[in-house]
Design a protein around this ligand. Structure first.
Ligand code: HEM
Length: 216
């Protein structure tokens, strides 16, 4: 009911201010309406649903071959991997030979930790890094100094699971968004606090409400 009351309130406000309604039956299908919803809907779930509806529709369930048509969905996954790294310090490496990193001499046998969290959240590289903005991966001009994305590490020890994960994530998440409506269970935002562990688990499991969407 919360989302319906929300739409009702906004419709009343917009009827008063602009003389038109932007939600539900009788709402005009305007570019202006699309932009208004885009501004109002801060979480990004609805934009992904719109992208899936536009590219795949509701007559069939998405297939793996569809994921290339969904740049916004990819943006969400990349932005999540940028802000919430699975392994913020990668896996400890050891220098097999003496080497130089950033002007510092690193003796052979030194344990090396790469702070990828700092790189991926560096304001020198990313515009407003604390803001969740999947569009930065759609509009590359928003990224300063090129991409500084290393969620899977890099080089010879890079994660061999990268292509598996990047194929499976959009397909799994996209299918969940296409097949169900998702909502938080209460007023509170999802608790993103981190628990202990090598791969930074969520401290509290995600609880969400899902319902089956109704299509015309
Ligand atoms: C979201 C998914 C994943 C992320 C973000 C991720 C991230 C990483 C990172 C950051 C490393 C360390 C790289 C380094 O130290 O330079 C790593 C190593 C590794 N990952 Fe993944 N990984 C993911 C999924 C997977 C999957 C699905 C597999 C296996 C099917 C996998 C297998 C491995 C293995 C075997 C290593 C050790 C590689 C080595 O030390 O030579 N990963 N992963």
């Amino acid at each position: 009911m919360k989302s319906m009351f929300f739409e009702l309130t906004l419709n009343v406000m917009m009827r008063m201010m602009a003389g038109k309604r932007y939600y539900g039956e009788g709402a005009e299908e305007l570019e202006e309406e699309r932009k208004f919803k885009e501004i109002v809907m801060t979480e990004t779930l609805e934009l992904t649903r719109e992208e899936i509806d536009k590219e795949i529709g509701s007559k069939r369930v998405m297939e793996e071959s569809d994921i290339g048509k969904l740049p916004y969905l990819h943006g969400i996954i990349k932005e999540t991997l940028r802000m919430c790294l699975v392994t913020p310090l990668l896996i400890p490496h050891e220098s097999s030979e003496e080497c130089s990193v950033g002007g510092f001499c690193i003796p052979r046998g030194t344990m090396l930790l790469a702070n990828t969290w700092a790189i991926q959240n560096d304001p020198g590289c990313w515009e407003q890094p604390s803001e969740f903005n999947p569009e930065r991966f759609i509009r590359p001009e928003m990224v300063k100094n090129g991409f500084k994305m290393l969620p899977f590490g890099t080089g010879r020890r890079t994660s061999p699971g990268e292509s598996l994960a990047m194929g499976l994530f959009p397909f799994t998440l996209g299918s969940l968004i296409q097949c169900f409506e998702w909502e938080r269970i209460g007023e509170e935002m999802v608790d993103m606090s981190e628990g202990n562990g090598l791969t930074i688990p969520k401290a509290h499991p995600l609880l969400a409400k899902c319902t089956t969407p109704t299509y015309d």
